[in-house]
Design a protein around this ligand. Structure first.
Ligand code: ADP
Ligand code: ADP
Length: 237
């Protein structure tokens, strides 16, 4: 469970990214955060992984305060949280397998991962993850030789290899065509349903949100303007 309590983010230039957001997300939810550009979607997502700090309020994940976590606690909490970005964030020149294995870095010493000394169990996890997203045959291909949709699948596989319990996806389909968009969203839904991984996905488009979400959070100017089941969401968010 993720509890977001009075979360406020004021950037150092004075911009209010989030204003006293309160919400609770249950394990296994498929939440889509909608809102226009600048609404605060990405600010909220980055706060849930503490890629940046909120300036007020608190975020608690499974009973542990993310906001108050020290360095070691934060590293442990982050193992449970996978991230997916619009631009995939892959290391282009590395193989797909190596990119997926990078989801395992939080479990090993830096030296070991730098040298690429992955235990067989990790390699097996990486292959399983590629299997689950339907590209088992791409393991030894360079990441930048794949199509956009395939690259996004690699980043989903990376989160799976990480054994994340929560996946945060910041505009994961914004650079994909409509057909590929559906394929990637279908993957996320399947993973949510089969593995019970909580999905929190930022999207521009309310129609895609309606189709995939079990719950919608609407943001406008850093304020929470909607929080509820898909059926109750209106079109003007
Ligand atoms: P924080 O308050 O979390 O430390 P900063 O204010 O340091 O974040 O911003 C990080 C960087 O993003 C700065 O270089 C800042 O200039 C830049 N930035 C400023 N305005 C925006 C904006 N509207 N969108 C994205 N980045 C911005
Ligand atoms: P969205 O993801 O919904 O497009 P953001 O969370 O990126 O919205 O931005 C929310 C608000 O915070 C906007 O006004 C944006 O310009 C501002 N903002 C985002 N990042 C920064 C930053 N690093 N520094 C200053 N302002 C920022």
């Amino acid at each position: 469970m993720i509890e977001i309590k009075e979360a406020t983010k004021v950037y150092s230039n004075g911009t209010v990214g989030l204003n006293k957001i309160n919400t609770t997300i249950k394990q296994g939810d498929f939440v889509v955060i909608v809102g226009r550009s600048g609404a605060g979607k990405s600010t909220l997502l980055r706060a849930i992984n503490r890629l940046h700090d909120i300036t007020d309020g608190e975020i608690v994940i499974n009973g542990k305060s993310l906001t108050k976590a020290n360095g070691k606690q934060l590293r442990e909490m982050r193992r449970d949280i996978g991230m997916i970005f619009q631009n995939f964030n892959l290391i282009k020149r590395n193989t797909v397998l190596k990119n997926v294995l990078s989801g395992r870095v939080a479990y090993h010493s830096t030296m070991r991962t730098l040298l690429g000394l992955w235990p067989k169990a990790d390699v097996d996890l990486a292959h399983d993850a590629l299997n689950r997203v339907g590209i088992p045959d791409k393991a030894y291909v360079r990441a930048d030789e794949l199509s956009g949709g395939q690259q996004q699948r690699v980043s989903i596989a990376r989160a799976l290899a990480q054994e994340a319990k929560i996946i945060l996806a910041d505009e994961p389909v914004a650079s994909l065509d409509p057909l590929t968009t559906r394929q990637v969203m279908d993957d996320l839904r399947r993973i949510n349903q089969e593995l019970g991984i909580t999905m929190i996905v930022n999207l521009h488009f309310i129609d895609i949100a309606r189709e995939y979400a079990t719950r919608i959070i609407g943001l406008r100017d850093g304020e929470l303007v909607f929080d509820g089941p898909v059926e109750d969401a209106t079109d003007e968010m």
